[in-house]
Design a protein around this ligand. Structure first.
Ligand code: MN
Length: 201
């Protein structure tokens, strides 16, 4: 099985003015595409893995043959992480989650404002390249960050929401102002999709 680049679920300019069109084009068509190409190249060396899903590969990296383990970790992570990232954003979004997800956020963080503060702090303190995540961890929710293209699935957690804090995700518009990017990003968070994932797993 080889992995494909899915089209964005909205137009390249749909997340303006918070995420600019050129960043979306390069991020999706070049960066995301390259992870998928390199993942497929690695997997070609091991046709016996052909029936595995990406979640299965990432959830047990030690079971991936050693000669492609780093490639699957980096490019498989890059493939999966961006697929989630595109889906948890949408135009005319933002606001606050509802229902069970909102209750779980309150239980874990006290209230939604505290959750946002914790998430932003996590996104800002990730040194270099990586991601900030809201995950299901055990019976509750947690905010974590990962380096590079690592994924919380590899540590037994279930990702619900993620923010790319690689410079390629924001540098064209925001240059070194990661905090401004993170703050503006809340305006495009697709809480309906995050909620759907919360209820599904
Ligand atoms: Mn990226």
């Amino acid at each position: 099985m080889s992995f494909q680049l899915n089209p964005l679920p909205y137009a390249y300019d749909a997340l303006e003015p918070f995420i600019d069109t050129q960043t979306m084009q390069i991020h999706h068509d070049k960066h995301h595409a390259a992870y998928i190409t390199n993942l497929n190249l690695a997997l070609e060396k091991h046709p016996e893995l052909g029936s595995k899903t990406l979640e299965e590969l990432l959830s047990d990296l030690n079971a991936v043959p050693e000669d492609i383990r780093t490639a699957v970790r980096n490019h498989g992570g890059g493939t999966w992480n961006h697929d989630l990232f595109w889906q948890v954003m949408t135009p005319q979004a933002g606001g606050e989650p509802q229902g069970g997800l909102a209750k779980s956020i309150d239980a874990a963080f006290g209230n939604f404002a505290n959750f946002k503060t914790e998430f932003e702090k996590t996104a800002m303190s990730r040194f270099g390249s990586g991601w900030a995540w809201l995950v299901k961890k055990g019976s509750g929710l947690a905010v974590v960050s990962t380096a590079n293209q690592d994924n919380p699935i590899s540590d037994g957690m279930i990702p619900l929401l993620t923010l790319d804090v690689w410079e390629h995700a924001y540098y064209l518009k925001y240059q070194n102002r990661r905090a401004e990017y993170v703050g503006n990003w809340w305006n495009v968070v697709n809480w309906a999709e995050v909620s759907r994932r919360y209820l599904a797993k």
